[in-house]
Design a protein around this ligand. Structure first.
Ligand SMILES: [Fe+2]
Length: 285
């Protein structure tokens, strides 16, 4: 049986998973920031990384990867393939007409220039994957259920998150990255019949995330929260979620704090919750 490790945070609310297969190979998902690299290296050990998935270009997900590549081409890791599907920086930089262009450009600048600057260091291992693709890694089957859709601009980076299901001998886990309400609806429309899974990684750290309908279609009874305690215990409408913030970008709708998501999961019958704020979590799939 494969083991899934959801690593606890060294840097705030990051996302980092290590999956160890039956054949003692590794899959890494995101990895968090550079401060999170020592813990990641401890869990990967000397194993081959058959696949390193990068869900989207935000620093709490890929800064560590970019840092390691820039430092020495990722020499501390034995990487076979790097899977991702990121936005086109040069094309989007010229785009206009979105509701909040200032925010759009800030999103674009957060990690993309740094990522593009190290791309050459792993060009032989880079694989662009898309919705509909299937991968087989040792005993695990991986179905890609959502990838970049051009035109989702209200939350550019989160809305470009890769979504994929990892199916093991015992259980399946759906990884939602940082998907928000808008692209969650697209996921449901386009891949709704493929979402069923035993375990779900809660979208966007559990808040401002996909709708209850998406979680209902997944039907998971176990939830993975990449969230520190303060975020896991966040109110339904946090103080920072003001009317002004919601209305600045006219599409920033249906966003709530973690309390709403936790209530939804309770209604849907989820019984087990793994939270990074309580330490590194492990489960078998
Ligand atoms: Fe994130």
């Amino acid at each position: 049986m494969a083991k899934v490790y959801m690593l606890t945070e060294t840097s705030p609310f990051m996302m980092s998973f290590v999956i160890v297969t039956d054949k003692d190979n590794c899959i890494v998902i995101d990895g968090g920031r550079r401060e999170d690299m020592p813990l990641l290296k401890k869990y990967v050990g000397k194993r081959k990384i058959k696949a390193w998935f990068l869900t989207h270009a935000h620093n709490d997900h890929i800064d560590g990867f970019v840092y390691e590549m820039g430092k020495d081409g990722g020499a501390d890791f034995d990487i076979e393939n790097v899977y991702y599907n990121f936005v086109d920086y040069d094309a989007l930089k010229k785009k206009t007409g979105m509701p909040d262009r200032e925010y759009f450009l800030a999103e674009l600048e957060e990690m993309m220039p740094a990522f593009n600057a190290v791309k050459d260091k792993f060009k032989d291992k880079a694989r662009i994957i898309s919705q509909g693709d299937t991968l087989y890694i040792d005993e695990l089957k991986i179905n890609v259920l959502f990838s970049l859709h051009d035109g989702l601009y209200s939350n550019l980076m989160n809305d470009s998150s890769l979504v994929f299901k990892v199916t093991g001998k015992k259980k399946s886990v759906l990884f939602l990255g940082d998907l928000g309400p808008e692209d969650g609806d697209v996921l449901l429309r386009e891949s709704g019949d493929k979402l069923k899974a035993d375990v779900v990684q809660m979208a966007h750290h559990g808040h401002m995330d996909v709708s209850m309908d998406v979680y209902a279609a997944i039907g998971a009874k176990e939830c993975l929260w990449c969230a520190p305690i303060w975020l896991y215990e966040e109110k339904a409408v946090p103080d920072w979620m003001t009317e002004e913030w919601i209305n600045k970008d006219k599409k920033r709708m249906r966003m709530y704090g973690t309390a709403v998501t936790r209530r939804r999961m309770e209604i849907l019958g989820a019984t087990k919750h793994y939270v990074t704020g309580y330490g590194t979590q492990e489960l078998e799939i």
